[in-house]
Design a protein around this ligand. Structure first.
Ligand SMILES: [Zn+2]
Length: 105
């Protein structure tokens, strides 16, 4: 593979990653729900349950709203996707590590 070909591939990849980040940080992510980790104690806008730091919640930036997982799952129109911070916290790996185990509560 020649240098120019490699360079083109590298640039295409960089552009793709850049646009993904931009979409997350700019207005195009507005109105979408994200599965994320609570960084500041707050409460669910639906049921009022306290969302503690370190727990998971579903969050929408605009208009701003935080929900507990239970309320997000009950709402058919609320389709979230894992946020970067959730992925970084390694939350996605937990289920694979302990299959079939359920915590009470
Ligand atoms: Zn709730």
């Amino acid at each position: 593979m020649g240098f120019k070909q490699r360079e083109r591939k590298r640039k295409a990849k960089a552009a793709q990653q850049g646009s993904q980040l931009a979409a997350r940080e700019s207005g195009s992510s507005a109105g979408k729900w994200w599965l994320t980790v609570v960084v500041e104690d707050c409460c669910c806008a639906q049921c009022g349950r306290v969302l503690r730091v370190g727990r998971e919640m579903v969050y929408r930036h605009t208009p701003r709203e935080a929900r507990c997982m239970g309320c997000a799952e009950r709402d058919q129109g609320c389709r979230w996707r894992p946020s970067l911070s959730w992925e970084r916290a390694g939350k996605g790996k937990r289920k694979a590590a302990a299959p079939g185990r359920r915590m009470a509560g």
